[in-house]
Design a protein around this ligand. Structure first.
Ligand code: SF4
Length: 355
C-alpha cells in the first residue's frame, strides 16, 4: 500500500491548504489542479512550471497515482465505449461508459461499487452494495475517459451523467466533492447545465440536492404509474412512494427552474399499455417535466424484454398526444454491455492483496 497522501482525493480547499502549509503561495494550488485535471499527469516531475525543489518536496509526501482502465470495449456501432477501472487500493473493477452523440461526449459514471437499491432491471443490483466510491474514484473515471479521447485526438468530455453503477445521491458527500472538481473552470470546466444526476427516488437526498443549490439536472427513475407496479420493479418505492416523487419533482422545478426528467424503462407488456398512458397522464397532472423512454436492455439472467420499435414509438406518440414531453433514448452500447442497467463490477484478478 502506498503510504503517501493521495492528492487527487483532496478537495480544492484542502489542496490549497496543503500548498500553503508547505510554505508555498496560493497560486501553486491552481498550477497543480491544472496539471492534475487538465493535463492529467501522474508525476510531479512533469509539472515544468513548478520549481524542481517544490516538485521534489511534494513528491516525497503526496502521490498522484492514476486509476487506469483494465479494459476498454468499443461498441461495433461506434457510439459507445465501456471502461473498466480498478479502484484505488482494491481489486474491484467499476465500469463507466463514454457515449457519442453529435458534438457531445457524455461520460456516464459510477458512484458506488454495487448498489443497495435492488431494481429488478439492473445488473448492478445483483452485486448488492459493496462500498461508496471516493471523490478520487469518481473523478478518476473522467480522467481515464479524457485520456482515451485525447489519444484519439478527439474533443474531451462535454457532459456528465451520474447514471452508472450505484445511487450517487446515497454517496452524497463524495458526489458533492467530485462535482466541485468537475465544475471548476480550471479543471474539467463542465457546468451544471451539462451535468445530470439520476436517482431511484431517495427523497431526503433529493431535498439535500435542492437545498445545497448544486445546480445540476435531476433525473428520477420512475418506470411505473402505480405503487403496486413500482414496488415490484424498484423496492425503494415501498419507502418513498410514487406520489412523493411527483411532489418533490414539482418542488425541484419551483426551486431551480429546471424540469425533472422522469426516466421510464419500458418493459414489453408490463408498463407500456394503454392503461400506462392514462396512468402517467393522471399521475403527472400537468407537472413541468420530461419523460425519457428507455427500452429495457436485455440481460441473460432476466426475462424482461423491450417492446418492438413500433410499439415503443406508439407508446411515445400516445403520451405525446396527451400533452406530455416525451423522448425515446437511443440505446447505445448494448453489444458491450454498456447500456442502461447493464453495468456491473468484477474483480481484477491480476491485483492481489486487496479486498
Ligand atoms: S438502477 Fe440505479 S438505483 Fe437501481 S439498482 Fe441499478 S444502480 Fe441501483
Amino acid at each position: 500500500m502506498n503510504s503517501k497522501i493521495r492528492m487527487k482525493n483532496m478537495t480544492l480547499d484542502q489542496l490549497q491548504y496543503c500548498v500553503i502549509n508547505e510554505g508555498e503561495k496560493r497560486f501553486r494550488a491552481r498550477q497543480l489542479i491544472k496539471w492534475i485535471y487538465q493535463k492529467r499527469v501522474c508525476s510531479f516531475d512533469q509539472m515544468n512550471n513548478i520549481p524542481k525543489t517544490v516538485r521534489q518536496k511534494l513528491s516525497e509526501k503526496y502521490s498522484l497515482e492514476k486509476m487506469n482502465p483494465v479494459y476498454v470495449k468499443e461498441s461495433a456501432y461506434g457510439d459507445a465505449v465501456k471502461f473498466g477501472f480498478t479502484l484505488i487500493e482494491s481489486n474491484h473493477i467499476v465500469e463507466s461508459v463514454l457515449l457519442y452523440d453529435g458534438k457531445r461526449r457524455t461520460a456516464c459514471i459510477s458512484s458506488q461499487l454495487g448498489c443497495a437499491l435492488g431494481c429488478v432491471f439492473c445488473r448492478t443490483a445483483a452485486m448488492g452494495f459493496i462500498r461508496n466510491l471516493t471523490q478520487e474514484e469518481i473523478v478518476g473515471q473522467l480522467t481515464g475517459i479524457n485520456d482515451y479521447l485525447n489519444e484519439k485526438n478527439d474533443k474531451l468530455i462535454t457532459n456528465v451523467v451520474f447514471m452508472g453503477m450505484g445511487e450517487a445521491l446515497s454517496n452524497f458527500e463524495n458526489f458533492r466533492k467530485s462535482l466541485e472538481i468537475i465544475m471548476h473552470e480550471e479543471t474539467f470546466n463542465i457546468g451544471g447545465r451539462r451535468i445530470t444526476v439520476s436517482t431511484a427516488g431517495v427523497i431526503p437526498s433529493i431535498e439535500k440536492l435542492m437545498n445545497e443549490n448544486l445546480n445540476v439536472g435531476l433525473a428520477i427513475s420512475l418506470n411505473a404509474y402505480t405503487n403496486e407496479k413500482r414496488n415490484s420493479l424498484m423496492p425503494v418505492n415501498r419507502k418513498y412512494p410514487i406520489e412523493s416523487l411527483v411532489k418533490i419533482a414539482g418542488k425541484f422545478f419551483e426551486k431551480t427552474g429546471r424540469r425533472v426528467t422522469f426516466e421510464y424503462v419500458v418493459i414489453d407488456g408490463e408498463n407500456d399499455t394503454v392503461h400506462a398512458v392514462d396512468g402517467l397522464y393522471k399521475l403527472l397532472n400537468g407537472l413541468p417535466c420530461k419523460i425519457n423512454l428507455i427500452p429495457v436492455n436485455p440481460s441473460d439472467d432476466s426475462k424482461l424484454r423491450a417492446p418492438s420499435d413500433k410499439k415503443l414509438k406508439d407508446f411515445a406518440d400516445q403520451l405525446h398526444a396527451r400533452g406530455l414531453t416525451v423522448t425515446i433514448r437511443k440505446s447505445r452500447g448494448q453489444d458491450i454491455l454498456g447500456a442502461c442497467g447493464q453495468l456491473a463490477g468484477s474483480i481484477n484478478k491480476s491485483v492481489s492483496g486487496f479486498q
